[in-house]
Ligand binder design. Structure first.
Ligand code: GLU
Length: 450
């Protein structure tokens, strides 16, 4: 390995030994940058990589709120403003008990290169809290969000940092966060948060954007092989906004999701989750209890298998992990490779462990696409939301969809082009990492010491 790259990696490992998820993503990204680092020896002198792995700013804060019983509750809040070279920091807020600094740093680091890949003027950040919205009343969620924003508001703004949602932080939470932000700053500063409801300045199609974008990206991958999405069967994990958006767009384009996995097990619906009735049922099911997908199987009379995942089944054409990080480890990757299914399209952030990703990439019969490219449609429409807010106007669903489609095609094309330019062949993973990295590197080099 390039000596400079190797020494940076070693230092990051020594300095962040207690942050496994963060180290996992840094290792994955840096390793794939090797040809770009070889081509740019000038980066070493200005310690470009050392700067890139260090967040520009990290804020950690106390969030105190009252639950319905009148008891005090204390959570920890985070915002890691990772890199602002390309524009205002942009990235979601995750509300989940698993949240800690390592998770937020991993997501923030990924976000920098994902946001760069969109070609839009946005830097990368991530934030969140170890608050668990599940089982909490509306009032509790509102009080938590208000307390969270009472600290966060001083660090964000339409030209500074624009948070959005992520796991556990959907339209309801963004609504409460934005309401408190507006109250505190005393202005309708719409561009300080994205993912707002349309009546509060949100963009049409933002909830569906990540899933729609993932399917548009998939269409490019299939086109490259002379294939059509029509008639394809897809296995997804997750049925939140992202998984749901995939189901909807796939159905619209004549494909169907036949497997869906959740925390309780998986559902197999060979007819496809492709009718309005089925898609609407998932919305209701999720609103009542996001932890169980079995009610879908009960309602539509299909198979449910508890406590396991569907990876490795042969009767699909495409796997799309769209739930959360490290969903597919080495054991599952082997099953996936053995199944003979050709397309492994990551959607959730880092859904594959590094060893499993390497293993899958080595399978000659497979095409592997990385999440930071595939799921970039969400943040892209967030940026379109910021642009609409700056102009004080709304685009129609058709306009947003068309722009999203164009952005996803560009992301795919630039990843393919960069990988070929560096002699890596058809490597969508390295291509995405290098293409994103190159934009951030160019901006940092132009802006001097920071
Ligand atoms: N959390 C989403 C992501 O990972 C959305 C971020 C955003 O819209 O700013 O890209």
């Amino acid at each position: 390995m390039n000596a400079y790259l190797a020494s940076v990696l070693e230092n990051v490992k020594a300095k962040n030994a207690n942050e496994p998820e963060f180290l996992q993503t840094v290792e994955e990204v840096l390793t794939s940058l090797e040809p770009a680092i070889n081509a740019h020896p000038e980066y070493e002198k200005v310690k470009l990589l050392e700067r890139m792995v260090e967040p520009e700013r990290t804020v950690e804060f106390r969030v105190t709120w009252l639950d319905d019983k009148g008891d005090y509750q204390v959570n920890r809040g985070y915002r890691v403003q990772y890199n602002g070279a390309l524009g205002p920091y942009k990235g979601g807020l995750r509300f989940d008990p698993s949240v800690n600094l390592s998770i937020i740093k991993f997501l923030g680091f990924e976000q920098v290169y994902k946001d760069a890949l969109t070609g839009l003027p946005i830097g990368g950040a991530k934030g969140g809290s170890d608050f668990d919205p599940r089982g909490r009343s509306d009032g509790e969620v509102m009080r938590f969000c208000q307390a969270f924003m009472t600290e966060l508001y001083r660090h964000i703004g339409q030209d500074i940092d624009c948070p959005a949602g992520d796991l556990g932080c959907g339209g309801r939470e963004i609504g409460y966060l934005y309401g408190q932000y507006r109250r505190l700053v005393g202005a309708s500063e719409f561009g300080a948060l994205s993912g707002k409801s349309v009546t509060s300045g949100g963009s049409i199609l933002r909830p569906e954007a990540t899933g729609y974008g993932a399917v548009y990206y998939l269409c490019e991958v299939l086109k490259h092989d002379g294939e059509d999405i029509k008639g394809k069967r897809i296995g997804v994990s997750g049925y939140g906004n992202v998984g749901w958006g995939i189901m909807k767009k796939a159905a619209e384009l004549g494909a169907k999701v036949t497997y869906m996995a959740g925390p309780d097990g998986y559902v197999h619906d060979p007819d496809g989750i492709d009718t309005d009735e089925k898609l609407n049922f998932i919305l209701e099911m999720r609103a009542k209890d996001p932890m169980h997908c079995k009610p879908y199987a009960d309602k539509f009379g299909c198979e449910f298998v508890a406590g396991t995942k569907h990876w490795g089944h042969k009767d699909v054409d495409i796997y799309m992990p769209a739930a959360t990080q490290n969903d597919v480890n080495m054991e599952w990757a082997k099953k996936i490779a053995e199944s003979g299914v050709k397309y492994y399209i990551e959607v959730a952030n880092m859904p594959t462990t590094n060893d499993a990703l390497e293993f899958l990439k080595k399978q000659k019969h497979m095409v592997v696409a990385p999440s930071k490219a595939v799921n970039a449609g969400g943040v892209s429409v967030s940026e379109l939301e910021m642009a609409q807010n700056a102009e004080r106007l709304y685009w129609t669903a058709e306009e947003v969809d068309k722009k999203l489609h164009g952005i996803m095609k560009n992301i795919y094309a630039s990843s393919v082009e960069v990988a070929e330019r560096y002699g890596l062949g058809y490597d969508l993973v390295a291509g995405a990492n290098i293409a994103g990295f190159q934009r951030v590197a160019d901006a940092m080099m132009a802006q001097g010491i920071f």
